[in-house]
Design a protein. Structure first.
Length: 194
């Protein structure tokens, strides 16, 4: 789930992207603009997400909550499996009647069905929390990209995941991280003021 969370954030981060003003058309003719290295920047998206204050507080807390829920679900399912095996064993050894076996089996099936419904609701709630958190992170990053590129300094901002080599001077990860953290702090401040 952690990999899914990060992959979703990284994918959405660069779906937002930045505008490319390198080619503009005027009166039907395409005019090309030369792109220099100062027009290009890259971002270490994984680092940006992992180091951001929002991930360090809310993202890690969500991961712990998710892991706790998954462990609880697994333990409960093992308990049901154990109960079913014990019931089957008692029946096979002739320690309970067929009627008792069927009644206890039906009762166990109902408990399992109720548990599954509850688990599905919990999982849906966790999925929604993950979705909202991803959207909040993506929104902060998109706003940071927009702010850092408000003067159209960069014609291209790329994710370093596919980058084979690049000069450190082109890395704007720390600059974006600073803006993301400032925006998150402002968001928290506004929420406290309400």
């Amino acid at each position: 789930m952690k990999k899914t969370f990060i992959a979703a954030v990284v994918a959405a981060l660069f779906a937002v992207g930045c505008t490319n003003n390198a080619a503009k058309t005027t009166e039907g003719a395409a005019e090309q603009t030369a792109i220099t290295s100062s027009d290009i920047a890259f971002v270490k998206a994984d680092s940006l997400v992992f180091l951001s204050d929002i991930y360090q507080t809310e993202g890690i807390a969500f991961q712990k909550k998710l892991e706790t829920a998954q462990q609880s679900w697994a333990k409960k399912e093992q308990g049901f499996q154990y109960e079913a095996a014990q019931l089957q064993e008692k029946y096979q050894k002739g320690l309970i009647t067929t009627v008792d076996y069927q009644q206890k089996g039906e009762a166990l099936e109902k408990r399992i069905a109720n548990y599954q419904n509850t688990t599905q609701k919990e999982a849906a709630t966790l999925d929604e929390e993950n979705f909202v958190l991803n959207n909040r992170i993506n929104n902060l990053v998109a706003e940071a990209i927009e702010e850092i590129n408000k003067d159209d300094q960069y014609k291209l901002i790329i994710n370093s995941t596919a980058l084979l080599d690049g000069a450190n001077a082109l890395d704007i990860t720390q600059d974006l991280l600073k803006i993301v953290n400032e925006k998150y702090a402002a968001e928290k401040g506004a929420a406290k003021a309400e």
